[in-house]
Unconditional design. Structure first.
Lengths: 258, 258
DNA sequence: GCTTGACCTTGACGTAACGTAAGACCTCAC
DNA sequence: GTGAGGTCTTACGTTACGTCAAGGTCAAGC
C-alpha cells in the first residue's frame, strides 16, 4: 500500500492549495477516501489523478471538461485537444496584437510626456491596423504581401503622417465625386475625368506601381461587401455603391476615349 | 451638436453589447445622459470614451483600472502599460508552452489509438520539460544553449527513450554510491573510483564533450540548492548532499592519484 | 479529565465581466 | 388607445477558487 496524506500535506506535495482540493472534491473531480471523523485521506493514486487534472488545467480546460475526459475514457481526448489547441492559438494571436500595440505605444511615448489620450489613440490604431492586416492578407499574393510588410517595417513617422493625409484626400475625393453625381455631371466630361485622374493618383500612391500590390488592392475592394461589419463601418465613408458605379463609368468613358 | 443614440443603436455602433453598456454605466465607467423617462442617451463624446475603454480592455486591463486611467489623468498610464505588457508577455510564454505540449501530444498519438492516460502523461512531461528548460537557460552561455536547442530539435523518439534510460542509470548509480557510503567504502578505493568513472561517463553522455555545455551543467548543479522547490522535489532522488560530498572525495582522490 | 494548539470540517460570501431572464415602464406609429 | 418593440432595474448564473467564520478532531501536557 502506498503512503496516505491529509489535505495539507497532500496540497504541499502536489503544489496546489487546500482550498483547490476542497473544490475538486465538491465537484467530484477528485474524491479522496475519508476517515471516520470525515477527514480527507489522499493516496498515491489520488496524486496520479491530481497531476492529470493540473496538467489539463494548464492547457486551459475547464474543470467540467477535465472531469469528463478523466471519467468517461471515451475517445474524446484527441478532439478536445485539437479544439483546445485552436482556441489557444487564437488567444495567442490576440495576445500578440495586444503586446505589439503596447510596445508601439511605449515607443511613441518614449521620454516625452505625451498626453494619455494620444497614447490610447495610438493603441487603438495599432490594434485596428493589425486586425485589418490579418483580414486583408487573404486577398494578396504571398509576394505582394511580403512587399507590403517590408514597406510597413520601413515606415517612418513622417511617412505615417503622409498616409493619414492620404485618407483625408480620399475623403475629399469621394466628397467631390458625390457632388459631381449630384450635379449630374457627365462621366465622360473633362471634369469627371479629372476626378478619375485624382483617383488613380491616390491608388498609385499606395501601390507604387507594384503589380502584385495593385492586384491585391483590387481584390480587396471587389470584396468590400463581404468585409466584416465592423470593418465596413470603419470604412463607411468609402462604401457608397453609387460612387463606385459612377467612378466605374468615368473609367469606362476614359478608356473608350483614349 | 453631435448625434445622439439610445443603447441599442449605440451598442451596434460601437460593437459592444447592451448589457456591457449597462455594466459600464453601473460601474460609473461610462455614464450617458438620461431622458426624463430614464432612457440612456449616448453622444459622440461617449463613443470616444467607449473606444478607449474597449482598447484598454483589449490589452487585458480590468475595468477598475481602466476607470482609474481614464478618470484621473495622473501620470500613471506609462507605468500601467509597462506592467501590463510584462504580464501579457508572461501569459504568452505559458500559452506557448501549452500549445507546444498539445502539439507534441497530438504527434505522439497520430493515428494509433494511444490510451488517454499515456497521452496526458506525455503532456505533463512536455510541460515540465519546457518549464525546467526556461529555468535552466540562465546557467548556460548563449552558445552552449544554442547547442542544446539544436540537439533537442534533432532528437528522435529513439534518442528520447535513451535519454529516459539515462535517468534510470543515474538513479542506479546514486543507489550504488549510497551503498558504498553505507559500507564505509574508501573514496580512494578502486571500487569507489569505478563509481566515479560511471559518473563521468553519464556526464559525458549529456555533454558529449562540449565545453560550454559542460560548464553550464556544472553551474546548474552547483546551484541545486537554489532551484525552485517544485523542481527540487522532482529531482529529489539526486539531491542528497552526502552523496555529492562523497563523490567529490572520490574525484579528489582520483585526481591526486593520477 | 481538561485544556491547548494544530489541523480538519462545512458553509457562505466575494471576485470579474458580463449573460440571461423576469417583470414593469416608455415610445411611437397606426 | 393600443400593440409592437425598445428600455428600465433587479437579480441570479458563470469560473475557480480566496477568504473568513463557526465549529469538530486529535494528540500532548498538566
Amino acid at each position: 500500500m502506498g503512503a496516505t496524506y491529509r489535505v495539507q500535506q497532500f496540497s504541499e506535495l502536489a503544489g496546489v492549495t487546500v482550498r483547490a482540493l476542497h473544490h475538486y472534491d465538491r465537484l467530484a473531480l477528485l474524491k479522496p477516501r475519508r476517515t471516520d471523523a470525515g477527514y480527507r485521506v489522499y493516496s498515491t493514486s489520488d496524486l496520479d489523478r491530481l497531476e492529470r487534472i493540473v496538467a489539463l488545467k494548464f492547457l486551459g480546460l475547464p474543470l467540467k471538461q477535465i472531469k469528463a475526459v478523466l471519467d468517461r475514457d471515451t475517445r474524446t481526448l484527441p478532439a478536445v485537444l485539437r479544439s483546445q489547441r485552436r482556441a489557444l492559438e487564437e488567444k495567442r494571436r490576440r495576445l500578440d496584437i495586444a503586446i505589439q500595440a503596447i510596445r508601439d505605444a511605449e515607443r511613441t511615448v518614449q521620454a516625452s510626456g505625451t498626453p494619455d489620450a494620444f497614447v490610447i489613440r495610438r493603441i487603438i490604431e495599432v490594434i485596428e491596423m493589425q486586425e485589418n492586416t490579418e483580414y486583408f492578407k487573404q486577398f494578396y499574393s504571398d509576394e505582394a504581401w511580403a512587399e507590403l510588410e517590408k514597406r510597413r517595417a520601413e515606415m517612418t513617422p513622417e511617412m505615417r503622417r503622409l498616409a493619414e493625409d492620404g485618407t483625408r484626400r480620399w475623403m475629399e475625393l469621394f466628397h467631390d465625386v458625390q457632388a459631381a453625381m449630384a450635379a449630374n455631371e457627365n462621366p465622360a466630361s473633362e471634369k469627371a475625368r479629372e476626378l478619375g485622374r485624382r483617383w488613380q493618383s491616390l491608388v498609385h500612391e499606395f501601390t507604387q506601381g507594384h503589380q502584385g500590390v495593385s492586384d491585391g488592392l483590387r481584390k480587396v475592394w471587389a470584396n468590400k461587401e463581404q468585409w466584416p461589419t465592423q470593418m465596413q463601418k470603419q470604412a463607411a465613408p468609402f462604401m457608397d455603391p453609387q460612387i463606385w458605379e459612377y467612378i466605374g463609368k468615368v473609367f469606362g468613358a476614359s478608356s473608350q476615349k483614349g
